[in-house]
Design a protein around this ligand. Structure first.
Ligand code: NAP
Length: 257
């Protein structure tokens, strides 16, 4: 079968770890050259840096750019790095952080840090890529939101605020950029097994997590590969008429009783 992303170039923020790493690897296996844009090159979960794995094990090219998505210059540099491979066609705004919290105790600094990464980083990541895509005649932008961008949860109000913003930003961007041949979609994972859910929130591998897992119609948590497969569909020509869509990826939990 032909590769789905043959000849494409993708920039993936947060591409060193977790979901971003799986997306990078999968896209490379499908023929895309990859710019991994992250504040670290060592994966959180351990192992060889993503760009090195891609170069060694796939037929695609890859490079790493040290990028803090709260810095617009870093985002511009990440998109610029894609020029080496022919220019960005696919932008994955994936970098994000999670924090559980007591709403009454959230400080302004806490709020600013999370919103800067989860919202400002997506906004200016999309802008940096779109400038190049407009000049190039089109592209695909995929933003990582969450089921927390669809439903409110009191234990992490700031995270919900950020992911809800990403959902509506995606709709607005689809409207703003559709006539330029740029599709903009979001992915809304439930619990995916990454360091975010084993360490930051500690749900995977806990007793509470096991009970939660049984409530999921598909009876399991998601994997980074599930996220990568969804992103692959949205990035590819198979999704040519999918625009402004929020793809829920949670084993059926959100939309069932
Ligand atoms: P992860 O395993 O923690 O990986 C995130 C990567 O992004 C890490 O390499 C991290 O580096 C990097 N990063 C953090 N802040 C950054 C910044 N300012 N600039 C550039 N890179 C930065 O998380 P994940 O689970 O893969 O999550 C990826 C995305 O999926 C996030 O947007 C998250 O909200 C979303 N999501 C995840 C789940 C889930 O269950 N895992 C569910 C719904 C949505 P450091 O480790 O050094 O910070």
């Amino acid at each position: 079968m032909d590769q789905l992303l043959s000849g494409s170039v993708a920039v993936i923020t947060g591409g060193s770890s977790g979901n971003g790493r799986a997306i990078a690897r999968t896209f490379a296996e499908e023929g895309a050259d990859i710019v991994v844009a992250d504040i670290r090159d060592a994966p959180r979960e351990g192992g060889t840096p993503t760009h090195e794995v891609i170069a060694a094990e796939t037929g695609s090219e890859a490079t790493f750019v040290k990028c803090d998505v709260t810095e617009t210059d870093d985002l511009e540099a990440s998109v610029e790095a894609a020029e080496e491979f022919g220019g960005v066609d696919i932008m994955i705004n994936n970098a994000g952080i999670f924090r559980g919290e007591n709403f009454l105790e959230v400080s302004e600094d806490d709020y600013d840090q999370l919103m800067d990464i989860n919202v400002k980083g997506v906004f200016f990541g999309a802008q940096a890529a779109a400038k190049r895509m407009v000049a190039n005649g089109g592209g695909s932008i995929i933003n990582l939101s969450s089921v927390a961008g669809l439903e409110g949860t009191g234990e992490y109000v700031t995270y919900c605020t950020s992911k809800g913003a990403v959902r509506l930003m995606t709709y607005a961007l689809a409207d703003a950029l559709g006539s330029e041949g740029i599709r903009v979609n979001s992915i809304h994972p439930g619990v995916i097994e990454t360091m975010m859910t084993t360490d930051d929130v500690e749900i995977v591998g806990t007793e509470e997590g096991e009970m939660y897992e049984q409530m999921i119609p598909s009876q399991r948590f998601g994997t980074p590969q599930d996220v990568a497969n969804a992103a692959l569909f949205l990035a590819s020509d198979l999704a040519d008429y999918v625009n402004g869509e929020s793809l829920v990826l949670d084993g059926g939990l959100t939309n069932t009783g």
